[in-house]
Write a protein that binds this ligand. Structure first.
Ligand code: SF4
Length: 287
């Protein structure tokens, strides 16, 4: 892993594309991801973004954005005014192209410093998106932030299998991730389980019932087809994931599989689909 420390000129990115439905800005405390060599890194949509990777192999590098909290304070007025002038709210997706609670966070605490800065200068809304229960290390800070603004905790959880044969191990066990969802839900924070990208499920009824019991507000179901930003899922088709999924359940590589799972999930919880789901719209009708 090549770790590079850098100080940037800005930290808040005005979003484009599908993220426009989700928030006004994204905020990435790191470039690259320390989970890039775990199971989620194999199909990770971000690895196809050459502008971010600059040709580096996914999971081999992390650029650490030092002084991110000071930059947030400096950028806050300009960017919050811009968002409101555009007719919306100043809302932050944290994070769109990295994991704020990846292993290096234990050393650098860039994400923590940003959350602390946001308690002083809160956005109108923030979505905390992660693959790991290590977000709980910032539980107290997140509770304080939730007193100042709308906080949603999104935890990625592709399915009910710890991993799929042929994939490396996951960044965090399913049990720990569901436990984190449950803890935040009990604290009154809106939580969402993100099945992104959706894996073939062993026992969907049991899985969604467990999530409902954990108190999650809803689930997002995002198949790699459409979910990876291409109509046919062509980015993901370049990775090993589709073949691995096919070996477990041949039907799971088809969009009809997503629709079948959505119907089951709706018996237990509100469901959002792909980008609409990330935007908080859980009343999608199936195409
Ligand atoms: S944690 Fe997120 S950003 Fe990091 S490799 Fe996994 S999917 Fe990609």
């Amino acid at each position: 892993m090549i770790v590079t420390e850098e100080v940037r000129k800005s930290i808040l990115t005005r979003v484009t594309g599908y993220l426009k439905k989700v928030s006004s800005h994204s905020l990435n405390p790191y470039v690259g991801c320390g989970f890039g060599r775990s199971s989620c890194g194999v199909p990770c949509y971000v690895q196809h973004n050459y502008w971010l990777t600059k040709g580096r192999d996914w999971g081999t590098f992390v650029d650490v954005k030092l002084e991110a909290d000071s930059l947030y304070q400096q950028n806050y007025k300009r960017e919050s005014m811009w968002a409101r002038r555009e007719g919306g709210k100043f809302s932050i997706f944290f994070s769109s192209s990295t994991d704020p609670w990846q292993p290096l966070e234990k050393k650098y605490r860039i994400s923590r410093s940003l959350l602390l800065a946001m308690i002083e200068l809160p956005p109108d809304k923030i979505i905390l998106q992660t693959h790991t229960a290590d977000i709980l290390e910032d539980k107290e800070t997140i509770i304080k932030l939730a007193e100042r603004t709308l906080v949603k905790v999104h935890i990625s959880l592709e399915g009910d299998r710890e991993t799929l044969p042929g994939l490396p191990s996951p960044p965090c066990s399913i049990d720990r991730r569901i436990e984190a969802l449950s803890i935040f839900s009990k604290m009154g924070i809106e939580t969402v389980a993100c099945l992104s990208p959706l894996y073939p499920l062993k026992d969907p009824e049991k899985f969604f019932s467990r999530l409902a019991l954990a108190g999650v507000s809803g689930v997002i179901i995002d198949h790699f087809i459409e979910g990876d930003g291409t109509r046919e899922g062509s980015r993901t088709l370049k990775t090993t994931l589709p073949e691995i999924m096919r070996k477990i359940d041949a039907s799971s590589v088809d969009l009809l599989y997503r629709d079948k799972i959505v119907k089951i999930a709706r018996r237990f919880l509100p469901v959002g689909i792909s980008a609409e789901g990330f935007s908080g719209n859980r009343k999608d009708v199936l195409p």
